[in-house]
Design a protein around this ligand. Structure first.
Ligand SMILES: Cc1cc2nc3c(=O)[nH]c(=O)nc-3n(C[C@H](O)[C@H](O)[C@H](O)COP(=O)(O)OP(=O)(O)OC[C@H]3O[C@@H](n4cnc5c(N)ncnc54)[C@H](O)[C@@H]3O)c2cc1C
Length: 381
């Protein structure tokens, strides 16, 4: 049976980021690494956005950067410059193509197409069983994700960030391509947390996405009808064509994904709980996590010691407790935060990079009663 030092399962965001981080670090040049992916990765199946200090990194796969974001509710509207951050967009196909080509430069990394069926742990090694072959390895990094396990437990609330987005093209110029609409809550909430997300890439092209933070998905028509109404009534867009569609549902939960980790096996990406539970943003968190994991691997410690609960886990848990009990107050919570705190502070907070004083200001801006109730319930029940 072929033997490797590391096997990475899945060449999606986290698998490719991890392989790239390990590949470009000479420390790992003697390690034999296998990356196993079941699909072709030749379609543009998603658009990733994230924010980052623009002076720090220059990712070759980023295709657009906005330095202004808009936030809107029925009561107020803000358009703010977010420098030093940039709100960055990555087309998945550019990312897959770039990373897979880059991996070809590293003689110690092999990428194969196969479907992993099972991983068997034993004291001697990890066995990865695929459809066509099996491999042994010292360490496994697994990005296979299964929603079912989340719904089988009730200890941690599970919401989903679910959405459909239309990439539209208009005849007339309608958009300001310098402003990304981060959250527009000025649409009907229908008892949930619902907002529109608009990413204009030119005056007549934009991704218009209808997004919810709630427990149940909608029928396809419900997303589509809301996008149509929003284009007509809010953006006053008349003639447009839908060039492409994206859809997704990302888990929002504090469920302890890391309970499956062992000394030599770790879940990564969404499967490892790397989706930010209060927002669903995963891409940049995965970027930061793989770099931490890469450094951690150099210490030869058990993978059981990698994941650590931080203060943000508790903050997110409270927000999810509040939103799962009273799903309609999302616009009030996010509205209060955006009204009272500078956007850079909010972005640092959501990025899990804020000071205690910044945390206090953001938490203080939130409606007090539902959060106090949620806190007391967690403490005493
Ligand atoms: C449409 C969409 C838009 C999104 N937009 C954003 C965004 O703007 N910003 C953000 O931060 N996050 C966003 N996300 C959330 C998150 O960043 C992505 O879902 C991201 O791709 C998650 O990375 P991952 O590595 O966990 O999973 P994936 O990228 O899904 O990678 C998992 C990989 O494992 C492979 N695989 C699965 N099972 C097997 C198996 N048995 N054998 C072999 N291979 C297997 C899959 O084919 C896949 O390639 C979005 C998600 C979607 C769906």
């Amino acid at each position: 049976m072929p033997e490797y030092d590391y096997i990475i399962i899945g060449a999606g965001a986290s698998g490719l980021l991890l392989a790239a981080a390990i590949g470009e670090d000479n420390f790992f040049s003697e390690k034999n690494i296998l990356l196993i992916e079941k699909s072709q990765k030749n379609t543009n199946d998603r658009t990733w956005c994230f924010w980052e200090d623009s002076s720090v990194n220059n990712h070759p796969y980023v295709s657009k950067i906005w330095d202004k974001i808009k936030f809107k509710t029925n009561d107020f509207e803000l358009t703010e410059t977010i420098t030093p951050f940039g709100y960055k967009k990555v087309e998945a196909i550019d990312f897959y193509t770039y990373q897979i080509n880059k991996l070809k430069q590293y003689s110690n990394i092999k990428v194969i197409g196969d479907e992993v069926l099972d991983v068997i742990h034993s004291p001697e090694n990890e066995q990865v069983k695929c459809k066509t072959s099996s491999y042994t390895t010292k360490y496994v990094f697994d990005s296979r994700f299964n929603y079912e396990e989340l719904f089988e437990q009730s200890k941690y609330p599970v919401l989903q960030q679910h959405f459909i987005g239309w990439f539209i093209k208009t005849k007339e110029p309608y958009f300001d391509e310098n402003i990304a609409t981060f959250m527009d809550f000025s649409i009907s909430q229908n008892g949930n947390t619902r907002f529109m997300y608009v990413l204009p890439t030119s005056k007549n092209e934009a991704l218009v996405e209808y997004t919810l933070f709630s427990d149940k998905l909608l029928e396809k028509e419900a997303y589509e009808n809301t996008i149509k109404t929003y284009l007509k009534e809010h953006l006053k867009v008349k003639n447009y064509t839908v060039e492409a569609i994206e859809q997704g549902n990302i888990p929002m939960t504090c469920y302890k994904f890391w309970k499956y980790n062992t000394e030599h096996y770790i879940k990564i990406g969404i499967a490892g709980g790397w989706a930010k539970s209060s927002t669903g943003y995963t891409f940049y968190k995965s970027y930061k996590k793989v770099n931490q994991l890469k450094e951690f691997l150099k210490t030869n410690q058990s993978l059981l010691n990698f994941e650590k609960k931080t203060k943000y886990w508790y903050y997110d848990l409270l927000l999810l407790d509040v939103l799962s009990k009273k799903n309609k107050i999302g616009s009030t919570v996010f509205g209060a935060i955006f009204k009272n705190c500078p956007p850079q502070m909010i972005l640092r907070f959501l990025d899990e990079d804020s000071s205690l004083w910044e945390d206090f200001q953001i938490i203080w801006a939130c409606p007090k009663i539902p959060f106090m109730k949620a806190l007391l319930k967690r403490l005493f029940l």
